[in-house]
Write a protein that binds this ligand. Structure first.
Ligand SMILES: [Fe+2]
Ligand SMILES: [Zn+2]
Length: 398
């Protein structure tokens, strides 16, 4: 604060009322048009308070719809100063804040996140980082978090092959989420498994716990001991597959995005009964894919309209054929001392069968999507990168 920013994007060249808007012109040629009510609402002076803290004395319901400033000027800091009619209240807006919150079509589009979609070819150059580097170097850690955001997965190399290290590795992404499995769950081969993960069989790609309102999102697989033979990780970018299906068969995609499946899980021994009705693909307000959930083994009885039943099964089968097709799958032989992060609300995971003699030991835990996003924002802000204001997908919400 106190210095005029010399960057053209955040340099105000003029500010005035025109056509019932406050029109702000910028040195890069962009023009922002703010409503009076929007500006009055966003006054963050000590009397009004801030929305970030929710310590707010200003009431939205007390602002007239058609409020127009009495005067608008560029202030000494290069921001905009407004005096309001009636009580003469004074509001000041920093130039960078105004530009970051400009709601023109162009600026809203600029703030939108776009996934980096990938297929098996990403095996040649997968997003990865060395554990100690990510832990000690903020720039490397931000690059890792951005990769996890954009690709939906990232590998961490040279992690300790020690079960005590799992929580420290997860901390790269944020604090842990506690589920019915506790906060860290051990996958170890046993001849009498209660979950498929503890057996040696191959697992088709799936997402975990789709029967929860918010399925786990950022998931860590920490390989304390990889299988001697087999047990390769399989990953599928469901956003990429969804785009392909949408282009090939829009009706099938629409069914998967708008009709709800009941996913369920009954845990007798814990006396729990989870059920969630949700679409396989979640879309955002622009119709773009924002999230995904599908564990084909946990799809319960469908309760669809009579006319939709057969078309829905056709669409679901078509999608499963694509997801189970090796041409859409990344296979990574994750080794002892490696860790894999993925977003379970986008990326499906599976594994090939492994050799039962190999004493495979994997630990897993989760970080909530909003905690992960929070880690990204605070680190972006500290390093002064633009990602801090990116509008990120809400995930597999209905
Ligand atoms: Fe799983
Ligand atoms: Zn105020």
């Amino acid at each position: 604060m106190g210095k005029i920013d010399s960057h053209p994007r955040t340099t105000v060249t003029s500010a005035a009322v025109a056509d019932d808007r406050v029109v702000v012109a910028w040195a890069d040629g962009h023009q922002s048009r703010f409503h009076g009510i929007w500006l009055r609402h966003n006054c963050a002076c000590p009397a009004c308070g801030t929305s970030e803290s929710a310590m707010r004395a200003l009431r939205i319901d007390a602002i007239p719809d058609d409020i127009v400033p009495q005067t608008v000027e560029i202030d000494d800091d290069g921001g905009v100063e407004i005096v309001w009619p009636g009580d003469g209240h004074v509001s000041r807006y920093a130039a960078a804040w105004l530009r970051d919150n400009c709601y023109s079509d162009a600026e809203r589009a600029r703030r939108r996140w776009h996934p980096t979609c990938w297929g098996p070819e990403v095996a040649a150059d997968p997003p990865q980082v060395d554990f100690e580097t990510a832990r000690n170097d903020d720039v490397a850690r931000l690059a890792f978090l951005e990769n996890l955001r954009d690709y939906g997965f990232a590998l961490v190399n040279d992690v300790p092959a020690d079960p005590e290290a799992t929580v420290d590795i997860a901390a790269l992404a944020g604090p842990l989420r506690v589920t019915n499995y506790g906060s860290v769950y051990d996958f170890r081969y046993t001849p009498t498994p209660l979950v498929y993960g503890d057996s040696e069989v191959g697992l088709n790609p799936h997402t975990d716990e789709p029967y929860r309102q918010a399925p786990p999102s950022i998931t860590l697989f920490h390989f304390v001991k990889a299988a001697a033979r087999g047990g390769e990780s399989i990953l599928v970018d469901t956003f990429r597959v969804g785009r392909i299906l949408r282009a090939q068969d829009p009706e099938a995609f629409d069914l998967l995005a708008h009709q709800r499946v009941t996913f369920h899980r009954r845990l007798e021994e814990q006396d729990r009964d989870f059920r969630m009705q949700a679409p396989v693909y979640s879309l955002d307000d622009q119709g773009q894919i924002a999230g995904f959930r599908l564990l084909d083994r946990a799809v319960g009885p469908l309760h669809l309209d009579d006319t939709l039943m057969v078309p829905y099964y056709r669409a679901l089968k078509k999608l499963l054929v694509m997801l189970f097709d090796e041409a859409n799958q990344l296979r990574i032989p994750v080794a002892t001392g490696q860790a894999l992060f993925f977003n379970n609300q986008r990326v499906q995971h599976g594994r090939t069968a492994f050799d039962v003699g190999s004493d495979r030991y994997m630990r897993t835990c989760h970080v909530e999507l909003d905690e992960f996003y929070s880690s990204l924002r605070t680190l972006s802000a500290r390093l002064g990168t633009e990602g801090v204001n990116m509008v990120l997908p809400a995930g597999a919400l209905v």
